[in-house]
Design a protein around this ligand. Sequence first.
Ligand SMILES: CC(C)(COP(=O)(O)OP(=O)(O)OC[C@H]1O[C@@H](n2cnc3c(N)ncnc32)[C@H](O)[C@@H]1OP(=O)(O)O)[C@@H](O)C(=O)NCCC(=O)NCCS
Length: 208
Amino acid sequence: MNTNDVIMRLEKKEDYREVENLIRESFWNVYRPGCSEHYVIHVLRDDPAFIKELDYVMEKDGILIGQNMFMRTIIEADDGRIIPVLTMGPIGITPDLKRRGYGKRILDYTLEKATAMGYGAVLFEGNIDFYGKSGFDYASKFGIRYHDLPEGSDASFFLCKELVPGYLNDVTGVYQTPKGYYVDDSDVEEFDKFFPPKQKLKLPGQIF
Ligand SMILES: CC(C)(COP(=O)(O)OP(=O)(O)OC[C@H]1O[C@@H](n2cnc3c(N)ncnc32)[C@H](O)[C@@H]1OP(=O)(O)O)[C@@H](O)C(=O)NCCC(=O)NCCS
């Protein structure tokens, strides 16, 4: 799809390394010194829970400037049901073009695609200041708890958006992050050697 100055399209195999580099640039030193997200997407593409039909990139003047992707996961409901849901990310925008509305554009576009495919809800970890503008709210408001988080802990990082209104109306339970998101630091280090050298910095605001 061509929306004025950008093209949204599915990621192709030949984009893989460029997208990994884009994600590396986008996340580098943001949440920790260096980052692991470029390796995470490298691994997730081969995961059975990965949704190829929702693996989107955004192109501007022939250059990839953003991407987003989704995985299938579940809520283990308190009444014993297994509720299929989506989780999302990594999502990233090239550093020079952050805070110009591109992130919101690919986010909204891919959420529309996920809705059209019939998925009921998306849950994941993120900042409400950005995702709130695209209709996300705290998952706690939907009665959904984050796995392994002690009761009473701050869960404001854990967000939810219903794609089908009312999808979680009669559900309370625990959300599970797909296993594929957990990667070994040593594997990240090895993978990172395929990319141009970059300096890892400890910066204020990092959470790890
Ligand atoms: C997070 C990210 C995808 C947002 O994309 P973006 O193009 O920079 O954001 P947009 O311009 O579309 O933002 C729309 C609004 O969301 C809010 N917002 C965006 N990023 C924000 C941030 N990091 N903190 C707080 N609010 C943010 C702002 O209100 C912004 O509007 P404003 O710039 O007029 O104030 C992008 O900044 C990025 O790649 N960051 C590094 C990787 C990352 O953190 N990914 C998300 C992990 S959950």
